[in-house]
Design a protein around this ligand. Structure first.
Ligand code: MRU
Length: 346
């Protein structure tokens, strides 16, 4: 089963809030419901929300009663605004919606139904492209992992975070499939626990040896020499190579650097945003503090206690040894090499 799939003319998504206890899916026929599912994190992970948004736009086109092209484009522009507002940080979301809008506006299509069909085709193409891309990232990244390595991984970057296969966890999966004897330490990733709940569930299914560790234990294992490589994903990469990713990525990158351990971030080129000169320009989502006070309803402190909940942080590029993309591993100097890599993809 894929995290995101088009089945029987509906968008079907695994409800990631239920994993690892239940594997339930929800079907969507309404684009506004898809946007809500992205906000509520039924689906999460930068590539997965990008493709979900593209399918959401296909639903919006179908929901529109427009009988001429200008009217349909107006309805789609409204839907695009709703979709893009669902989560602000991962650029894949806006990238996918803008891309679909470009297709819709193309003068190749002269009827509303032609546009509706073209948007759905484009969403399918994006979904298949994501899977192919992830497998390429896996091949390039696995070359950075040696037999016997222990990898520290943050958040969830596996098949649930993408359409299938995954990025950083896809690299780990590829190394495992290549027969390398590896072990993964999975940061639990507070407050939503994507590492403990989702990455551990994926490792269970794939037979990859792992241990969940408290986020606070990463430095402990690094100093003991038990971690060889640090790997995480990305929600947006700035032109200078700064990586915005799940909250807590920054601290493990600094710790890895301090301990002489290579630190890699993995992402499709669609996650690179060359319009952002550095990571500090990228909007960081602040989520409901209730997620900190009572993760998944498990009350840690009374509801009136004060809390803050930034969902992402910025890892400055100089803490990173490389950026693993479908076009290869981008090495420093990132500003120059990232631009060249993005251009080569075009
Ligand atoms: O808040 P989330 O769970 O959507 O955050 C996900 C991450 O930060 C991932 O590391 C990132 O999207 C890369 S997933 C391939």
């Amino acid at each position: 089963m894929r995290a995101v799939a088009w089945i029987d003319d509906r968008l079907r998504m695994i409800d990631q809030r239920q994993i690892p206890f239940e594997t339930e899916t929800i079907d969507y026929e309404d684009y506004a419901e898809v946007a809500r599912a992205i906000t509520d994190m039924v689906v999460r992970g930068a590539p997965a929300i990008g493709v979900s948004a593209a399918y959401g736009m296909a639903l919006a086109a179908r929901q529109s009663a427009a009988t001429d092209v200008p009217a349909l484009l107006r309805d789609l522009a409204t839907a695009a605004g709703v979709m893009k507002a669902a989560r602000p940080t991962a650029v894949n979301l806006a990238w996918a919606v803008d891309h679909v809008m470009d297709v819709a506006r193309s003068d190749r299509f002269t009827t509303p139904n032609a546009i509706r069909a073209a948007i759905l085709d484009e969403a399918h193409r994006m979904a298949e492209d994501d899977v192919r891309t992830n497998k390429q990232i896996g091949q390039y990244g696995a070359a950075l992992i040696k037999d016997g390595d222990t990898i520290l991984h943050h958040c969830n970057t596996g098949f649930l975070a993408t359409v299938d296969y995954g990025t950083a966890l896809g690299i780990i999966r590829t190394a495992h499939e290549q027969g390398k004897h590896i072990h993964v330490l999975l940061d639990e990733t507070r407050p939503r626990l994507q590492g403990a709940r989702l990455s551990a569930w994926e490792c269970e299914q794939l037979g990859i040896p792992y241990d969940i560790i408290p986020d606070t234990a990463a430095g402990f294992y690094m100093r003991r020499g038990e971690i060889n490589v640090v790997m995480f994903g990305a929600d947006r990469v700035a032109a200078n190579g700064d990586v915005v990713n799940k909250i807590g990525s920054y601290q493990i990158a600094v710790l890895g650097h301090e301990n002489g351990i290579p630190v890699y971030s993995a992402m499709p080129i669609s996650t690179v945003d060359l319009t952002m000169p550095d990571g500090d320009e990228i909007p960081i989502e602040e989520r409901d503090p209730a997620e900190v006070r009572a993760p998944y309803g498990c009350e840690i402190v009374p509801a009136h206690f004060h809390a803050r909940n930034p969902a992402f942080d910025v890892t400055p590029a100089h803490y990173l040894n490389g950026l693993v993309t479908e076009c290869g591993v981008v090495l420093p100097p990132f500003t120059e090499n990232l631009r060249k890599t993005v251009e080569s993809k075009k």
